[in-house]
Design a protein around this ligand. Sequence first.
Ligand code: NAD
Ligand code: ZN
Length: 396
Amino acid sequence: MRPRIRFAPALSFAESTRANCATFSFAIMPTIRVTSSAHPYNVYCAPNALGRAASLITRLGDSTGTFILSSPRVWRHWGKTLTSKIPNRAARRPILFEDSESLKRLETVEGIARQLVTAGADRGAVVVAVGGGVVGDVAGFAAASYLRGVRLVHIPTTLVAQVDSAIGGKTGVNLPEGKNLVGAFYPPKLVIADPVMLGTLPHREFRSGLYEIVKYGVIADEKLFDFLERRMSAILRRDPAALTWIIPRSIAIKARVVNEDEREGGLRQILNFGHTLGHALEAATGYRRFLHGEAIGWGMIAATLMALAVGRLSESDASRIIRLVASVGPLPPLSNIGASQLRPILAGDKKARAGRVLWVLPRRIGKTVWGEEVPWKVVTRTFAALPAIAAEAGLR
Ligand SMILES: NC(=O)c1ccc[n+]([C@@H]2O[C@H](COP(=O)([O-])OP(=O)(O)OC[C@H]3O[C@@H](n4cnc5c(N)ncnc54)[C@H](O)[C@@H]3O)[C@@H](O)[C@H]2O)c1
Ligand SMILES: [Zn+2]
């Protein structure tokens, strides 16, 4: 089912920055409806959507308390604003936990649950996760398991979280044995994605999220791809109009895919375009060299070249995709990583079947297929050629 993008009245910038101004003006706020097996929910995405957080949370129905979960870093940037937008006791006493990937683990969830008990959260509580994907995944899993489930609201503050992790209901933590191995499908009741919150994001984190948006263009939306080609420099400057165009559009694509395949039985696999090799690169470098989006950037270039090599994609589309990835900015080098080192990691990938590596390959811009096998010699040849081809496309 296609998600509907509806337009709901939202308080305008003028209202949300001058709270005591008596005359409210209304702007248009895109609302994306996500269906899930548990319940449908809305994603509100607009500049200053945060100004409506209190009323949107109130509309969820009676609650016995609102409990904000966030990280010290996110709270340093946004705590004051949030406290003024969600004016209750809980907002003044958020539960903060470190959001480094290495602390995305069960002990952190236990710590949160214990603080929720101390704060008096009962089954009628609403948990509001304010942060990037780490906060969302950890807080989401805490909400899923605390008292066997309390209501969850996401306020994503990174580009990755706004266009990806806050949508679709996946929550969870890592084990020493691997990433995201313990978790739950636990859709939120509400998502508020405010592009203004991206203003404080470090540039490298911002660019990392852009690769996921490039991915959406390639797999499902030629118009989005065209826009990214034309407006990349405005996007990199975080031009509000450009962001307000690409973020809801990306959310709608993720929503459409998860509406059709919530539990990753089939279609949802297309979201893994660039991720087969990307995940292997992250694992091979101990999750230290690449930000996730950067690894996906290399992965998308590789999958594009493989699609070209096996005759699934035209040369002109391949060249446009590689140029667009390169235009997002520099990627950490692939030095000292060999294809042979990646092979066992690729064979253990979630998408591999009995050791056979299955790839997500573009057919043309806006259309992708998944479950494709590629001869190993094509994979190694592609991997060896990656740096030179990327440099030719303008990648620094
Ligand atoms: N559940 C899903 O479907 C899903 C999808 C994609 C990624 N993920 C997970 O998301 C995580 C990555 O998330 P991420 O890319 O959002 O990074 P992140 O959560 O690690 O945040 C990156 C850094 O940015 C800081 N930060 C966050 N918002 C900020 C803001 N507005 N201003 C300044 N600093 C800010 C954080 O404190 C952190 O230091 C990974 O653990 C990944 O597994 C989950
Ligand atoms: Zn990703």
